[in-house]
Design a protein around this ligand. Structure first.
Ligand code: 5CA
Length: 440
């Protein structure tokens, strides 16, 4: 992509209401534009990151054998009256009346909708388990939307749901998602710690939040520092095997967020020097809630004995739009964002330092074409701005590598490659530029 052809409205100053670094940087880097409180438009650079995260989440759900569907954003109130949550949800739910004066709502989550889909078509234990997910916008009329996309009113969530014959089977599904989440966050280059959590309005008795440590996080967290060293080989997971050993290696180490915290338990389970208190961002949350919805909504199947059995359910969320902010919170410096390679909007940025010099521009054009045809996604700064502006803009948007083309490229056929994270600069022969990136 040529910058002259790109919509990248970078800002010099961050807006006054942007309190935390990720919100400031997302605004300054032209990733989002506020529509109203807690509601944002996603601009090209932001949308690209959002889609990359979405795709990693999707690939890992698919790998775990979860089926993708797409449910609507607007749901009928009747379903929520069946489960009893229509009243309980209170003001956080956006309620709408259609022209027939039917009560509708903009979904804050989809337990009711999915239970309705399930009960219409699944009638026998032989068709269990069923694991389904979708990636869809949600609306929650948060009391205090803040921190940009971190606590929005409209936000993108991956929500998955499991249906099993009994509690034991349901725990097998829970473990699949537990491991799938570890793998997903590892691919996003995040250290997410699973923590025992309260279930809130979703319900149930078994729940984990996946939290990344960050001083701007909204949750207080207490955990055993051994969890930070926990490194597992997650590449060759076989989801049909028993995953409880792996899950227990996490579950047995103490980690809770504030609403579950108890000092006595902390002292009993964690040695003094390993007791860690911090703040964190909740990027995922999984719940096992048994028959809460299936009983109220009569989601039954015939069991082996030909009797009606109420199915056991779980739900599993990942905050995809929140992750964009969370990743920036954990990876930035005074110059701007530093994208992990897996979600960076582009692989490489090219800076042509002398747009007016025909030779240097022709070299830059060539390097751009070469890298693109080698399969790299490249953002090419071909604007006629001074070098200072170009350098700080490229640092701000945080692509992992910058290719700098100037006088030396013309005289000595050499370009510079800057690693955004380390600041290291390598001189590379123009001829070798593609192989340099293939090996890095
Ligand atoms: N139905 C369940 C799981 S599918 C559910 O809704 N869980 S949740 O309420 O915990 O939300 C799942 C994830 O969505 C959270 O872990 C968080 O990462 C994200 N999320 C929740 N509320 C917001 C919000 N207001 N803004 C951005 N992301 C949010």
């Amino acid at each position: 992509m040529r910058l002259t052809n790109y919509f990248l409205p970078v800002l010099k100053e961050s807006p006054n209401d942007a309190e935390i670094i990720s919100h400031q940087l997302m605004m300054r880097a032209g990733m989002i534009s506020q529509s109203s409180s807690g509601i944002y438009s996603w601009l090209p650079l932001g949308l690209k990151v959002l889609k990359k995260i979405e795709n990693i989440v999707r690939e890992e759900q698919d790998a775990a054998g979860v089926n993708e569907i797409l449910m609507p954003t607007i749901q009928p109130a009747d379903l929520w009256k069946e489960s009893g949550r229509y009243e309980d949800y209170g003001k956080e739910m956006l309620r709408i009346n259609d022209r027939q004066d039917r009560e509708m709502l903009y979904g804050p989550t989809n337990e009711e909708q999915i239970t309705d889909i399930f009960r219409r078509s699944i009638k026998s234990y032989k068709e269990l388990p069923q694991l389904l997910y979708h990636i869809q916008w949600k609306f929650r009329d948060e009391l205090r939307p803040r921190f940009g996309v971190m606590r929005g009113r409209e936000f993108l969530m991956k929500d998955a749901y499991s249906f099993d014959l009994d509690k034991q089977q349901s725990e097998i599904s829970y473990n699949k998602f537990f491991v799938c989440y570890l793998k997903t966050f590892q691919r996003l280059e995040l250290k997410a710690i699973p923590m025992a959590a309260e279930t809130g309005p979703i319900g149930g008795d078994l729940s984990h939040e996946f939290i990344i440590i960050s001083k701007t996080g909204e949750s207080d967290i207490y955990f055993d520092s051994k969890l930070l060293e926990q490194e597992n080989e997650l590449f060759n997971i076989n989801y049909s095997e028993d995953l409880s050993g792996l899950v227990n290696s996490y579950k047995t180490l103490y980690a809770v967020s504030d609403d579950k915290f108890n000092q006595d338990d902390f002292d009993k389970n964690v040695s003094n020097e390993n007791q860690t208190k911090s703040k964190g961002i909740e990027v995922g949350h999984i719940f096992s809630f048994g028959t809460k919805y299936s009983e109220a909504m009569k989601a039954n199947v015939l069991n082996k004995d030909g009797k009606q059995a109420t199915v056991f359910m779980g739900s599993y969320g990942i905050g995809i739009s929140r992750l964009v902010g969370a990743i920036i919170e954990s990876s930035n410096d005074e110059k701007g964002i530093i994208w992990p390679k897996s979600v960076s909007p582009y692989d490489i940025g090219i800076i042509n330092l002398k747009q007016k010099d025909d030779d240097i521009t022709s070299i830059s054009d060539d390097v751009y074409e070469k890298l693109m045809s080698a399969g790299f996604d490249v953002l090419y700064d071909d604007k006629d701005d001074n070098p200072g502006v170009k350098f700080s803009r490229m640092d701000l948007i945080g692509l992992p590598y910058q290719v700098i083309i100037g006088n030396k490229s013309k005289s000595d056929s050499i370009l510079e490659v800057k690693n955004r994270k380390t600041g290291d600069i390598s001189e590379v022969d123009i001829e070798n530029v593609t192989s340099f990136f293939k090996n890095s």
